[in-house]
Every structure is written in structure tokens, then in C-alpha cells.
Ligand binder design. Structure first.
Ligand code: IPM
Ligand code: MN
Length: 365
């Protein structure tokens, strides 16, 4: 099989982490007799500088001509003064809209070796395994009207959802839950917001199509607390765009680092795969960035776009093994450096690659 992928490295640490993830993907796919057919295009700050726009037309064209888009990260403080519509992030939002994926999957699971990295106690987080389904194409991020009238001193964004937009993302959540522990937690603010009342009502309706899956509702404020106190109680969590953005950063505390959180967006014509963390420009080009979220994002892409479950499993297993052996990037070693080997971005990528290779060799005998 040929895997036709558009790579958009983006800004900051993007190019470094993507390079390592691609090398791992190359290793596992080759072993299975598949080939990566890669194209590279610009997005974000680098595109603003070279093309005068955060999302050049040829990037969109190449994205629409691929089976999946693999993205590093976008954003740089040097563009902070620009209006929202001209910033690097606007390029990402426009790409998400162009690709049409509405369900952003963010699996949050605790790696045993990293529980010590979390400020939460091990007995609270050990065994956590949550699949967040964040609605990605609606709500405040895209709602009209929006704007900032500087003269009047008024800023406005609109949290708006149509029933169909809720139905489709809710179905994705229930379908995922059917293959997991059969519980969906829907998060809203239905005690205050009409848009959340629509959300809750719609998810309740959709639940009737999935009698084998239990549904519970939580308010977003309470949910942010439950996540810290009893994360193991959740299976699939479905929520709107902004709540999902916030809750998934919060939930990354469970994994020990935001540098461990992969993400992939499905449901549209073309999948978009990007780690959940940002571009961390301060850490760029120092060989210190953690490539593991991006490597795990590669696994998500193999699983959800290409159906290569065995290859995806091999990557996750290799990451586990590397952690078990005491290898860490700097961000993961800060709290407990003793007995650990701190690796740079490239060396961590290489370790995962070697480990994947060993596993594949062992499996073929
Ligand atoms: C994320 C990021 C993006 C978002 C930014 C970079 C636009 O924070 O993927 O969570 O808010 O969706
Ligand atoms: Mn975010």
C-alpha cells in the first residue's frame, strides 16, 4: 500500500519533531511492505514569512490531494501583534476547515513510568485511559459574528452549533465507546448556555442509537475537577471545541507532560494529525524537544486513516519500552533525573526507531 501524506512541519519545534516521527513511520511501514509517499508544504509563521499568508493555496491543494496531513505545530511569539485572522494559528484553523475533519481524537493514557512526572498522585492517575473527542469545526473558533471593534472597545465571538454538527461528533464518540468500555461522558455548560442545552439534548437523542453504550452528562466546570480527582472513571469524553481545547491540556497533566499527547482529526475527507502541544519556539533548534507526542500521532494516523493497527501498536509499544528502559527527553526527566538517561530530540527518535525495528524483527521469527 502507498500512504500518500502531506507533511506540514510548521514553526518552532515542528520540523525537528516531525523529522523523528517520519523516520519511525518509515521504519514500521517499510517492514510491512508499505511505502510513504510524502510531499512537504508550508503552514503557519514560516508561510507568513515566505508566502505572505499562513496558509498558501498550494498547501491546501496538496492537502486535498493527499490521504492524510501530518502537521508539526504552528505559532511564534513574533506574530503576537497581528490580528487573529493573520496569525499563524489562522492558517491551522483554515486548514482544519478545508479538510473537513470534525472529530478531534485525543487519547490520554498514563504511562506507568511517567506517573511520577505528574503533580497528581500515582494512585489517582495510574490506569487512566480516556479518549477525548473534541468537536473541531464549530463553536467559538468559527462562529459568526466575531471581531474586535477597537473604537467601541467591544470584542465578540459566538459559540454556535447546529444540531447536525452535534449529531455527527456524538456518533463518532459513541462508535469509539462501543469498541472501548462503553461509556460516553458529554461535557457542556447547559445550566447557563442555550448552545449547551442544544448540545445536551442532541447527544441524548443520539444515545438512543447506541443502547449498548451508557451516557452521562457533566458541566464543564465540574468536569475539570473530576478529571483531576477521578480520571479513571472516564472512557470517551465528547465536548465542543473550546471546552475540548481546555480540558485536553488539563488532562495532559495525567500523562505527565503535554509532550506526550497525540491528536488526530477524523470524519472529513482527509485526516489531520498533529500533536496536541504547541510550537514552543523557545525550545526550537536546541535538540531538546520531546518528539514522543508526534511519534504517537504517527501511530494514530496509521490506525485511523490507513487501518494499520499492528504497525500503530508497534509504535506505542516501542514508546512504552523506551520509557521502561529509563530513556527520557529533558522535559520528562526534570522531576526525577536519577537513574534515567536524558536524550535529545534526535536520539530519542533514534531510540524509538531502533526499538520498533527490534520488535518487528522479533515478531517475524
Ligand atoms: C490545539 C491548539 C490549537 C487550538 C491552536 C494552536 C490554534 O491549542 O490544537 O489544541 O486551539 O485548537
Ligand atoms: Mn490547545
Amino acid at each position: 500500500m502507498k500512504l500518500k501524506i502531506l507533511v506540514t512541519e510548521g514553526d518552532g519545534i515542528g520540523p525537528e519533531i516531525v523529522k523523528e516521527a517520519l523516520a519511525v513511520l518509515e521504519e514500521v511501514t517499510q517492514a510491512g511492505g508499505h511505502t510513504l509517499e510524502l510531499d512537504h508544504k508550508r503552514i503557519g509563521g514560516v508561510a507568513i514569512e515566505k508566502d505572505g499568508t499562513p496558509l498558501p493555496a498550494d498547501t491546501v491543494a496538496a492537502a486535498l490531494d493527499s490521504e492524510a496531513v501530518f502537521l508539526g505545530a504552528v505559532g511564534d511569539d513574533k506574530f503576537d501583534a497581528l490580528p487573529a485572522s493573520k496569525r499563524p494559528e489562522a492558517g491551522l484553523l483554515a486548514l482544519r476547515a478545508a479538510l473537513g475533519g470534525f472529530a478531534n481524537l485525543r487519547p490520554v493514557f498514563s504511562f506507568k513510568e511517567l506517573t511520577i512526572n505528574s503533580p497528581l498522585r500515582s494512585e489517582i492517575i495510574e490506569g487512566t485511559d480516556i479518549m477525548f473527542v473534541r468537536e473541531l469545526l464549530g463553536g467559538l473558533y468559527y462562529g459568526q459574528p466575531r471581531g474586535w471593534d477597537k473604537e467601541k472597545g467591544v470584542g465578540v465571538n459566538t459559540m454556535v452549533y447546529k444540531r447536525e454538527e452535534v449529531v455527527r461528533v456524538a456518533r463518532t464518540a459513541f462508535q469509539l465507546a462501543q469498541k472501548r468500555r462503553k461509556l460516553v461522558t458529554s461535557v457542556d455548560k447547559a445550566n447557563v448556555l442555550e448552545v449547551s442545552q442544544l448540545w445536551r439534548d442532541t447527544v441524548t437523542e443520539v444515545a438512543k442509537e447506541f443502547p449498548d453504550v451508557a451516557l452521562e452528562h457533566q458541566f464543564v466546570d465540574a468536569m475539570s475537577m473530576h478529571l483531576m480527582k477521578r480520571p479513571r472513571d472516564f472512557d470517551v469524553v465528547v465536548t465542543e471545541n473550546t471546552f475540548g481545547d481546555i480540558l485536553t491540556d488539563e488532562a495532559s497533566v495525567i500523562t505527565g507532560s503535554l509532550g506526550m499527547l497525540p491528536s488526530g482529526t477524523v470524519g472529513g475527507k482527509i485526516g489531520l494529525f498533529e500533536p496536541a502541544h504547541g510550537s514552543a519556539p523557545k525550545h526550537a533548534n536546541k535538540n531538546i524537544a520531546n518528539p514522543l507526542a508526534t511519534i504517537l500521532t504517527g501511530a494514530l494516523m496509521l490506525r485511523h486513516t490507513f487501518g494499520l493497527d499492528a504497525e500503530a501498536d508497534a509504535i506505542v509499544k516501542a514508546v512504552r519500552k523506551v520509557l521502561e528502559q529509563g530513556f527520557r527527553t529533558q522535559d520528562l526527566a526534570r522531576t526525577n533525573p536519577e537513574g534515567l538517561t536524558v536524550l535529545g530530540t534526535r536520539e530519542m527518535g533514534e531510540k524509538v526507531r531502533e526499538t520498533v525495528k527490534e520488535q518487528l524483527l522479533a515478531a517475524s521469527f
